[in-house]
Design a protein around this ligand. Structure first.
Ligand SMILES: Cc1ncc(COP(=O)(O)O)c(C=O)c1O
Length: 449
């Protein structure tokens, strides 16, 4: 709206239409022609403004692991808002920040004991990369500046994250990105891995490419490797058996920091507090977000091993040790939501529940094999993906149609990445609801043209 328009109608209400909101990662014109609006949520359901229930098969956006609008989480946020709206965590702090941090440290494996808070997974990825660079610097190994990501990786949308990430559309519009970044190859190969349950048997050797990268650049120039234990946003690619263990061994050998981006895989998605636990691998840093508050308030962070944190703790006492942080790092509402969410996970044993449901989920989900255009079905933890054959002239069109049909025809929320449909229900999902998800998704697949 122009400033003269503002002056002409000083007290008129803003029109509540669809014009002004530019939706992120969305086909905006298609959305505005046929919106998918959500007005309310409870447990595993969303409700449209008209009250139509939508079965949430995606835990929002991989985040509402405890389900929606859970009473203890809502109550904790309300109480915190009434008590303390905001307090800075630059040179000051508030009690629930320490409580949230110690609860996370307690859950994390090994000596991953130090928590740096951020507000989004993107910030967490960039923060982890900055900690890696600064860590080598404060130890006198400032030549270790290279960052290694992976093809098809997703680490959010900051410049660090898209540089180490490997999703071409997220990179190609944004120039030359960070210098000195290299990529491991993607782990997925349909020929060897199609219709896998859990970690595919084939592919551990893909980690050995790190040897080639080290041979090319020399270990003394490499700061860190960052990978997702299961790549989610690119279309659900679980690490092959033994892959993460091999990466750990090579990173140890060359004193390269290993970062697990667990923005999706943490908080029960793969049946454990962190996927690191599932694989018996302790990385040097873990990034988390999403499930930490079950999506109720933005929160994210990096959990760091003691020795990395301790390397910064030198110099005079009054000096800032790490020049990094966000105004809303450890926001009181987020900390209250995190503590309440971790209580729900603990009290309802939701990680264990996910672990026990994994085989049931896999059995039911794999029945989608054989439906029209289905090239692959993959499951791991409480995650499933279906790859559809792309239309030769319109990559992504089938995936988009499936999402639209799921919402409008079946009352089902799914996530699509190109022609891959990904589902990841809240961990409270029942066996009957798993049947319903699979049934509805099957109906969709039969109709997609
Ligand atoms: C592995 C991973 N890292 C980072 C991010 C970015 O998180 P955010 O959208 O909160 O910035 C995501 C989001 O899906 C993710 O899956």
């Amino acid at each position: 709206m122009s400033s003269s328009a503002l002056r002409a109608r000083p007290s008129s209400p803003a029109p509540n239409d669809l014009q002004s909101f530019w939706l992120p990662f969305t086909a905006n014109r298609a959305f505005k022609q046929r919106p998918r609006l959500i007005a309310r949520a409870k447990d595993i359901h969303y409700y449209t403004p008209e009250g139509r229930p939508i079965l949430d098969a995606t835990a929002g956006l991989w985040c509402c692991n405890a389900g929606h609008n859970r009473q203890p989480i809502v109550a904790a946020i309300q109480a915190q808002a009434a008590e303390l709206d905001f307090a800075p965590t630059f040179q000051y702090a508030h009690p629930s920040a320490f409580e949230a941090a110690s609860r996370l440290a307690e859950l994390a494996p090994g000596d991953l004991n130090q928590v740096f808070f951020c507000n989004s997974g993107s910030e967490a990825a960039d923060t982890a990369l900055k900690i890696a660079l600064a860590y080598h610097n404060v130890r006198g190994e400032g030549a270790r500046q290279r960052l290694i990501g992976r093809e098809r990786g997703y680490h959010g949308v900051g410049f660090g994250g898209i540089s180490v990430g490997g999703m071409v559309n997220n990179r190609k519009f944004f120039g030359t990105l960070l210098a000195g970044v290299d990529h491991l190859p993607a782990t997925y190969d349909r020929e060897h891995q199609a219709f896998s349950r859990g970690e595919p048997d084939w592919g551990a050797h893909k980690a050995d490419e790190l040897e080639r990268i080290v041979a090319l650049h020399d270990a003394s120039t490499i700061a860190a490797v960052i990978v997702e234990p299961m790549s989610g946003s690119t279309g659900v690619l679980p690490a092959p058996k033994g892959y993460l263990q091999r990466l750990r061994a090579m990173c140890d050998k060359y004193r390269i920091l290993l970062i697990f981006d667990e923005v999706i895989t943490a908080f029960g998605r793969l049946g454990h507090a962190f996927a690191a636990e599932r694989y018996g691998v302790v990385p040097d840093m873990i990034t988390f977000a999403k499930g930490v508050t079950s999506g109720a308030v933005p929160m994210a962070g990096v959990i760091v091993r003691d020795h990395i944190h301790d390397a910064f703790m030198s110099g005079p006492d009054h000096a800032i040790e790490f020049f990094h942080g966000y105004t809303y790092s450890a926001h009181p509402l987020a900390c209250a939501a995190a503590v309440a969410t971790l209580n729900v996970y603990r009290d309802e044993r939701l990680f264990e529940r996910a672990r026990n449901l994994e085989p049931v989920w896999a059995d039911k989900f794999h029945t989608l094999r054989g439906l029209p255009n289905v090239l692959d079905v993959r499951t791991i933890g409480l995650v499933g993906a279906v790859d559809l054959a792309a239309k030769p002239d319109a990559v992504g069109a089938r995936g988009f149609e499936a999402m639209e049909r799921a919402f409008h025809d079946e009352g089902l929320m799914v996530r699509v990445a190109g022609d891959t449909i990904a589902v990841s229900p809240p961990l409270i999902v029942t066996e009957a609801q798993i049947d319903e998800i699979v049934q509805k998704l099957g109906n969709v697949l039969k109709k997609v043209g």
